[in-house]
Design a protein around this ligand. Structure first.
Ligand code: SAM
Ligand code: SF4
Length: 481
């Protein structure tokens, strides 16, 4: 059993020494004083923190906001109101980077009007040296920049910017450390995301993540569990455990704890809440994990299992280390063991060298598995990855045609999927407002809108499905649980 194992075992992966964390707290306090000097005693400090890209980035953004809140900042989403603007960037696809350049470019007017405005960039995109250099030379409005490995040093970076009155650019090359004890300001709502590990060891040939986030580092189970306990005590009803590949959680810890152990331990935490997790790499998704999901009542019956392609030839070129047949067997096993389990996936269209025949195989897989929904991407060339050096002869227009065909096929499957739920009643966590009144999600992660009072947000409800659209459901409230 998970909880009988020794959690205090020394970990081999680098953890930020407590002295360093204390040092950062000193910088944090000094930043508060320097900010008062810069903006005045009476001024209410406001920060805008925008995280682009994945949930891991959003989670990092919550830690950055925790640090800013301790310096005395409140928060705004309006750039013209902000005293400090921090863009937490994404590098996974080129269009995310293009958006950041555009948004930072637009800030030059604000900076010209208010030179005291502080503008910073951090995250995956700026961890790439060529990007950091371009920002330094072409975007003089940016005051400071730091990469993914130095997030915990944000107080020091801001202190240096303020006290030395010069631009600070800190892109450290390292595999990163685990920094425990940073303050967190969670996005208000019913859901809390909790990182269980950082980095990635998989080196899928198209992907920049291992290059910008370093190797896998798992947090110690007790640190994760105490953060989950706190989130439950703070009345978050849904906990999402985050990692680039949660299925390799613990491999670096050498304490005999793996992802199923962690799931079981989270499931045993008292309270009414649901547990989700992402992402799962199919190559490391074991039968034990599926049996664990089936056995844990708080763990939702939804698995996000990115497959990327339905062609074994392309999967090999992508370095994914599984076959389409392996993937389908995994799905079949999970469907047998977990009642009502839903699958969602990621697919890349137009990987270098992909042919019409490879693409047809992806369509076949989508039709065969019948995913509830897809996250589909046209391949984007990323500097420094192995795929960037591969021949890529298929024209953009052809890739776009494939992409649209894939969406059409999925639209039909999604509509049929959702239609089949009409007349059934499910447990739903109400998580916000909609034009119907309330919006929520089923355990298998379908969005459902239904009439109801705002006071029910954060409650588990029984809702009958009375209608279906392509991507969501309409319902009628039956019972408050
Ligand atoms: N670690 C996760 C996994 O392997 O499932 C996903 C991380 S990545 C941030 C999210 C998705 O972006 C991937 O599953 C992939 O479909 C897509 N992606 C990554 N690199 C890409 C690229 N160069 N071009 C297009 N899509 C890409
Ligand atoms: Fe990128 Fe592959 Fe790692 Fe996911 S598993 S982050 S796609 S390298």
């Amino acid at each position: 059993m998970a909880q009988q194992q020794n959690l205090s075992h020394k970990r081999p992966v680098p953890v930020l020494p407590p002295e360093e964390l204390e040092q950062q707290k000193t910088y944090l306090a000094q930043c508060a004083d320097l900010l008062t000097q810069r903006f005045g005693e009476e001024h209410t400090l406001l920060a805008l923190v925008h995280s682009y890209g994945c949930q891991q980035n959003t989670s990092d953004g919550e830690r950055l906001m925790g640090i800013l809140a301790e310096m005395g900042f409140g928060f705004t989403e309006e750039p013209s109101e902000a005293d400090l603007i921090l863009y937490n960037t994404c590098a996974v696809r080129e269009n995310a980077e293009v958006r950041v350049y555009g948004n930072v470019g637009e800030l030059s007017h604000l900076k010209a009007r208010r030179p005291e405005l502080l503008i910073g960039l951090c995250g995956c995109m700026v961890q790439q040296q060529h990007v950091a250099d371009k920002i330094k030379h072409s975007y003089p409005q940016v005051d400071f920049l730091f990469g993914t490995h130095t997030l915990y040093k944000f107080p020091q970076i801001l202190w240096e910017t303020l006290s030395k009155q010069k631009r600070i650019f800190d892109v450290e090359e390292s595999d990163g450390v685990i920094a425990e004890g940073l303050p967190v300001r969670r996005t208000p709502g019913v859901k809390a995301s909790i990182p269980i590990m950082y980095g990635c060891n998989n080196f899928c040939t198209y992907c920049v993540v291992p290059l910008v986030r370093g190797r896998e580092r798992s947090r110690m189970p007790e640190d994760i569990l105490s953060e989950v306990r706190q989130a439950v005590a703070d009345e978050f009803q849904e906990i999402t455990l985050l990692g680039q590949n949660v299925n390799s959680y613990g491999n670096d810890l050498d304490i005999g704890w793996h992802f199923p152990d962690l799931l079981r331990a989270v499931n045993e935490i008292p309270g009414r809440f649901w547990v989700r997790f992402l992402s799962s790499h199919p190559k490391d998704c074991t039968r034990e994990l599926i049996d664990t999901i089936a056995a844990c009542d708080k763990v939702c019956n939804h698995i996000y299992l990115p497959v990327q392609s339905g062609s074994n030839r392309i999967l090999k070129l992508m370095n994914r280390n599984y076959t389409v047949e392996w993937y389908q067997e995994l799905i079949a096993y999970a469907r047998e063991k977990i009642p009502g389990v839903m699958f969602t996936t990621d697919l890349i269209v137009g990987f270098p060298g992909e042919t019409e025949e490879d693409f047809r195989q992806t369509l076949e897989l989508v039709k065969h598995v019948r995913f509830a929904s897809l996250f589909t991407f046209i391949y984007s060339k990323r500097e420094g990855t192995r795929a960037a050096a591969m021949e890529d002869p298929v024209p953009k227009e052809e890739k776009s045609r494939w992409f649209r065909e894939l969406l059409d096929v999925q639209r039909k499957i999604g509509a049929e999927y959702y239609q089949a739920y009409v007349g059934k009643t499910f447990t739903v966590l109400a998580d916000g407002k909609s034009d119907q009144g309330l919006s929520g999600r089923t355990e298998f992660n379908a969005v459902i809108d239904f009439p109801g009072d705002e006071s029910l947000i954060g409650k588990f409800l029984r809702v009958e499905v009375v209608g279906a659209r392509n991507h969501d459901l309409r319902g009628e409230l039956k019972e408050v649980l």
